[in-house]
Design a protein around this ligand. Structure first.
Ligand code: SF4
Length: 128
């Protein structure tokens, strides 16, 4: 009966110990989800990038995936979505409007408890 907050860059570690995950980028929460949901269907490109960066035994000998670029200077964040200079899914709106953390739902509109994403294109990410 003890709560634990684990802060890590390694999503492979949290899979074994966490019930809920909050993914942060540049000081903001960009995705929340129950632990097994996030591994199956991430709703934010940064989460997807972190998951793709986990080395897998079936990819032995292949080049490891890495999210391009570097984390931003927190004193000079990019306009719009802070992740946009590194995001492979970025579009014009991403460079001008900050995406708010919003509830994520199934395609039929039914609720996905505990799931939120701060991405303008979360639907494409989770359902695409
Ligand atoms: S809002 Fe745009 S730049 Fe930010 S994560 Fe989503 S697609 Fe990428």
């Amino acid at each position: 009966n003890m709560g634990l907050i684990l802060i890590t860059h390694d999503l492979g570690v949290v899979a074994d110990v966490a019930d809920k995950i909050a993914v942060m980028y540049a000081g903001r929460i960009v995705e929340t989800a129950p632990v097994h949901e996030i591994y199956k269907r991430p709703a934010h490109p940064y989460t997807r990038g972190l998951l793709d960066s986990i080395p897998r035994l079936d990819q032995k000998g292949q080049e490891l995936f890495a999210i391009k670029g570097l984390p931003p200077n927190l004193l000079r964040l990019p306009t719009g979505c802070s992740f946009n200079p590194r995001c492979i899914a970025a579009q014009d709106i991403c460079r001008s409007e900050i995406p708010v953390l919003q509830a994520v739902s199934e395609q039929d509109g039914s609720e996905l408890p505990g799931r939120h994403s701060a991405c303008h294109f979360w639907k494409e990410q989770i359902h695409g």
